[in-house]
Design a protein around this ligand. Structure first.
Ligand SMILES: C[S@@+](CC[C@H](N)C(=O)[O-])C[C@H]1O[C@@H](n2cnc3c(N)ncnc32)[C@H](O)[C@@H]1O
Length: 294
């Protein structure tokens, strides 16, 4: 657990500057292996992921959402092969290039779904003892992953706003307190990524360690109270869907559990919104009765 602003700055700077040190011979072997796979990472991104995972404790549990043919997976795999750490990979392993947010990618280079999945298994076979494969949509595993206590979660699934928001929400529910969450494509071309990460991570006061790793588009954050962040995201989703009663119930429960000023503000904002609605309805009824009496 971090306990001072100096620690926050130190941890942020250490992770941010992961790509600064020169590449070692062992890392060159890892990069050659990654680059033999079709992937969408920029040159220093596999290095950043690999070095990040080497910083994790023994018996670390890692989750990757979005593996494709295993580019990032292999970078992580090189850090944990032969250790007692485990990587869980979630992917549908279908040909995602047709999705609108990847419309500019050359389809002719893409193999069919079964080839993509078998390439993934082949590319990651060198650390299959450390690997668990969850084939399907991330949302289908939300219940299974909740409370799993991952040390690190890497998000690189679909890049539209709703999907990234949902993946971050799943990550909050699955992360251990003080765990690391990170993700790919934090740049303006990945607008959905930037919007979701800004709302759920960058703009959140209780998440203090957050940045982008130098020379990469990988954002990261240390989440000290993932359960709280999960509850806040659920409440904000409920408000956006106009389910104010349920939002109030959950925010009052979260306030009793965490006692934060932010949650107290949430509770009073929801109450104000509910009151406004009641007044609008009362006004409408009054208006109707005036009309009918004329
Ligand atoms: C950008 S690629 C991942 C690239 C990979 N990390 C690499 O380094 O090459 C996105 C992947 O996310 C998967 N995907 C898209 N939507 C998903 C969802 N809802 N749940 C799980 N995986 C999803 C796609 O099948 C695709 O393999």
């Amino acid at each position: 657990m971090l306990n001072s602003s100096a620690d926050y700055q130190q941890v942020t700077a250490t992770i941010k500057s992961l790509t600064i040190e020169p590449v070692t011979d062992a890392e060159k072997v890892m990069l050659d292996r990654v680059n033999s796979i079709q992937h969408m990472l920029s040159p220093l991104e596999p290095l950043a992921l690999n070095r990040l995972c080497k910083k994790l404790p023994d018996k670390a549990k890692i989750l990757e959402i979005g593996s494709y043919q295993g580019g990032s997976t292999v970078a992580i795999g090189h850090a944990i092969a032969g250790t007692s750490s485990t990587l869980y990979c979630v992917d549908t392993w279908f040909d995602f290039i047709g999705l609108h947010d990847f419309a500019d990618v050359d389809r002719s280079a893409i193999a069919d779904d079964l080839v993509v999945f078998s390439n993934f298994l082949k590319n990651t076979s060198f650390f299959s003892d450390n690997l668990r494969v969850l084939k399907g949509k991330a949302s289908a595993f939300a219940e299974l992953l909740a409370g799993a206590g991952f040390d690190l979660i890497f998000i690189d699934g679909a890049h539209d706003y709703e999907s990234v928001r949902n993946d971050i929400k799943i990550a909050f529910s699955a992360l251990k307190p003080g765990g690391l969450i990170c993700g790919h494509d934090y740049h303006t071309a990945g607008k959905g990524v930037v919007r979701a990460v800004t709302e759920l991570v960058a703009a959140v006061p209780s998440i203090k360690v957050k940045q982008v790793i130098d020379h990469t588009s990988i954002w990261f954050a240390v989440v000290e109270t993932p359960r709280y962040e999960y509850q806040s995201t659920v409440i904000s989703d409920l408000c956006n869907n106009n389910q104010l009663e349920e939002a109030l119930l959950r925010s009052e429960r979260a306030l009793a559990e965490h006692g934060t000023e932010e949650m107290a503000k949430f509770v009073s904002a929801i109450k104000t919104e509910m009151l406004k609605k009641t007044e609008t309805i009362t006004d409408a009824i009054h208006h109707v009765s005036l009309l009918s009496s004329n």
